[in-house]
Design a protein around this ligand. Structure first.
Ligand SMILES: *Cc1c(COP(=O)(O)O)cnc(C)c1O
Ligand code: SF4
Length: 345
């Protein structure tokens, strides 16, 4: 397996106030710092939504209350790098690198640590497990970012997966359309389309990430017949307001990407300063539902600690009075709906 090469910026190249440099460096020693030139180019000024996602913040070091792996991914791994939490699907970590190390990453414990791509032996073990477990119908490649592997390495992994008859769908979770859009080439898309049914879930967090380059990347993937979904992380000071989320979700539909999940921040050590109260996510969902295309409303989910899985949250779930339930419309109107408690004979 081999990683791609690309261009990144160093801390000195950022337009940072010199007095902040030592603090940023001290964080980068603990949690790696890396920003692709293309993503750095989106920064308009220190402290903006792009900056906050990629520039180290001293608060990362002050977070003592949270765990490196609250989702128990390591203990749910039957073989290293393969997470089997749900009966019919697994997540395969095929890279521990990304073009940008997002400060809020849920795999902060893993990304950027160790420079080597997964070796053949580890992949062999994962493929053997998937092959021997017929319940697995759905395999998600993730990491790090799987598209950090070069086309030949990806082709090899996808070919091995497709050789397993019970693997129905393959998903790739990648932030490349945002973090390194030039990685999405016509050659890559021509290769990926040989492995359908293939789904790509990408990761936009802010409307400023919808650019000519990210639009072109998503268009190439969509033109290869790939269903594009998006996972957004709800981040304090980045996207935790209604106007930003409406613009982001409708913007994504405009570039042929369908919002899939809005994630409540995981309780990952080093990321506490990004957390929002649940009320804030619920308010955002309420402000999306009915107000923008339903296609643009993601599921708001908490990935529960301990690896217990994702649970969706909905604002104003119903109240019941006997057979009558009361539901609240997007306008805030309370409407009675007659349920049946005993099904008709
Ligand atoms: C999120 C996740 C999946 C996929 O869940 P879906 O709800 O099907 O998208 C699978 N395995 C793990 C460990 C996950 O965290
Ligand atoms: S691209 Fe994804 S895996 Fe990589 S650092 Fe960002 S959030 Fe983490």
């Amino acid at each position: 397996m081999k990683y791609i090469n690309y261009s990144s910026v160093t801390i000195d190249k950022l337009k940072i106030n010199k007095s902040q440099l030592p603090a940023i460096r001290s964080v980068a020693v603990r949690y790696p710092f890396l920003v692709s030139s293309s993503y750095a180019g989106l920064i308009q000024e220190p402290g903006d939504a792009i900056w906050r996602q990629c520039i180290p913040d001293v608060r990362e070091l002050e977070d003592d209350g949270q765990l490196p792996d609250p989702l128990a991914e390591v203990s749910l791994s039957p073989v290293p790098g393969l997470i089997h939490r749900y009966p019919d699907r697994v997540v395969l970590l095929v890279s521990n690198r990304c073009p940008v190390y997002c400060r809020f990453c849920m795999r902060k414990r893993h990304v950027g640590c160790g420079d080597q791509p997964p070796d053949n032996e580890r992949l062999e073990q994962a493929m053997a497990y998937i092959g021997a477990t017929p319940a697995i119908r759905d395999v998600t490649l993730t990491g790090g970012d799987p598209l950090m592997l070069d086309d030949a390495s990806l082709y090899d992994i996808l070919t091995r997966l497709r050789a397993i008859a019970h693997v129905g769908i393959i998903r790739i979770g990648t932030r490349m359309p945002v973090t390194l859009p030039e990685r999405v080439t016509p050659e890559l898309c021509a290769m990926l389309k040989r492995f359908h049914p293939l789904y790509v879930n990408t990761h936009f967090n802010h409307p400023a990430e919808i650019t000519a380059a990210s639009t072109a990347a998503c268009g190439l993937l969509a033109n290869a017949g790939i269903q594009m979904g998006n996972q957004t992380v709800l981040l304090r000071g980045v996207n935790d307001d209604i106007a930003t989320m409406r613009e982001l979700m409708t913007g994504l539909l405009g570039i042929r990407v369908r919002p899939y999940y809005l994630h409540q921040m995981d309780l990952v050590k080093g990321t506490a300063h990004f957390r929002t109260p649940l009320a804030s996510g619920l308010e955002i969902i309420k402000a999306l539902r009915g107000h923008i295309s339903g296609l643009g409303v993601p599921h708001y989910v908490i990935d529960l600690p301990g690896g217990k899985g994702k649970v969706p949250l909905l604002p104003d779930q119903f109240e019941r009075d006997g057979d009558v339930v009361f539901l609240t419309t997007y306008r805030g109107e309370r409407v009675a709906y007659r349920d049946i408690t005993t099904p008709p004979a």
